[in-house]
Design a protein around this ligand. Structure first.
Ligand SMILES: *Cc1c(COP(=O)(O)O)cnc(C)c1O
Length: 384
């Protein structure tokens, strides 16, 4: 059966994989090597130097291409290294339209690294397509979408944004870190590039930092592969192995993340001490209809604001939590809590943060796969 005909849960385990040619190892070995013996100059078995390609990395790249429904995957040393490669497709003077409510590090690399090379970034709220449409001109070469957004859990209609790029020389890239292909497949909705911080749900165990791109077009794959090899921010064999192992349980982990996320979103919503809860599964969430259309479930990321909450009150709550660990990052088996204003989003100026609703009291949860009763009891004592 060709990999592309398999269903999703089967693809996470078998997609793009075959037993190792050497000894039939079921898990791809960690090919911890920089170079490969040649019989005559150029006489090799497909690998000559591990920046250009490494068999463990290839196994991961094929797996990622399979689960995202793409044709080519590329693994990088971090999510930001993957973003870096995408922006390097552009020329000085080119314009990018990006989601305004996005991962702080993405904002930082756009503004602080690439703006000085003459690339122009526009940050807009993308819940309506009009705001995006208004910014499109002949210099627009890339639209950067993150959905669900971080940390406000807004949902952006990928298909509607993709429709703006038809017949235009504009690439649509979607950061699929929060949703993962278990919940949403941007390439099927019209995106050209899917980007991941595989550090998060794909790896799933908070044990490595890895990034990835997946595309469905040979020409674009060639251009990105050239950048991957020429700039060299590749993912090492051990890290490739760890993410590959993580992907094999992505579907079972995601199912539990979603179940626990739903129970916690409801607990917070019904708690008198909580002012606001951001989770796309609520029917009253402003983008719930699109979330239902483009996602299979609603994920394990939730943000909330305590009633009358101040910066200090939010800090107290995150410090009181015992099962939730106060830490950057998300998407691991363990539940994490973060305070965006002082942590993940501290690199975004306060006025910009407030424009997207990131108030000082906002708290973000990455709900893990522990027993949900323990998680709820922990939140209950921290809020009370
Ligand atoms: C973590 C994250 C990134 C950056 O990835 P790294 O692996 O930390 O470099 C990008 N986008 C989102 C949504 C993230 O959560």
């Amino acid at each position: 059966m060709a990999s592309k005909d398999l269903k999703f849960n089967t693809k996470t385990i078998h997609g793009g994989q075959k037993p190792d040619a050497g000894y039939g190892a079921v898990m791809p070995p960690i090919y911890q090597t920089s170079t490969y013996a040649q019989t005559t100059p150029g006489g090799h078995k497909g690998y000559e130097y591990s920046r250009s390609a490494n068999p463990t990395r290839t196994a991961l790249e094929n797996s990622l291409a399979s689960i995202e429904g793409g044709t080519h995957g590329m693994a990088f040393g971090s999510g930001l290294a993957a973003i870096d490669a995408v922006i390097k497709l552009l020329q000085p003077g080119d314009e990018v339209i990006s989601t305004n409510d996005l991962y702080g590090g993405s904002y930082r690399i756009f503004k602080r690294i690439f703006e000085k090379f003459g690339i122009v970034f526009h940050f807009v709220g993308m819940q309506g397509v009009n705001a995006v449409q208004e910014k499109i001109n002949s210099k627009t070469k890339l639209i950067w979408v993150e959905t669900p957004t971080n940390p406000m859990m807004n949902i952006i209609d990928i298909k509607a944004i993709a429709s703006l790029t038809i017949d235009k020389d504009i690439l649509l890239a979607v950061d699929n870190t929060f949703a993962t292909p278990y919940l949403q497949k941007p390439l099927e909705l019209g995106a050209d590039i899917v980007m991941h911080s595989a550090t998060k749900y794909l790896g799933g165990h908070s044990d490595t930092v890895v990034g990835a791109l997946v595309v469905k077009d040979q020409e674009l794959a060639d251009r990105l592969y050239f950048i991957q090899n020429a700039s060299g921010a590749v993912c090492g064999p051990m890290d490739s192995f760890l993410v590959l192992r993580g992907v094999k349980t992505l579907h079972v982990r995601m199912q539990r993340h979603c179940e626990n996320g739903k129970a916690i979103a409801k607990f917070l919503y019904n708690n008198a001490k909580i002012e606001k809860v951001y989770w796309p599964g609520f029917e009253h969430h402003p983008n719930h209809k699109i979330a239902k259309e483009q996602m299979n479930d609603f994920g394990g990321m939730i943000s909330f604001v305590p009633k009358g909450g101040s910066y200090e009150e939010a800090i107290k709550i995150v410090e009181r939590l015992r099962v939730f660990t106060l830490a950057e990052s998300l998407g691991g088996v363990e539940s994490l809590v973060g305070h965006p204003a002082s942590m993940t989003h501290a690199s975004i100026p306060k006025e910009e943060r407030l424009k997207s609703g990131i108030v000082d009291a906002l708290i973000r949860l990455s709900v893990g796969i522990e027993d949900v009763d323990d998680l709820i009891a922990d939140l209950d004592q921290a809020i009370a």
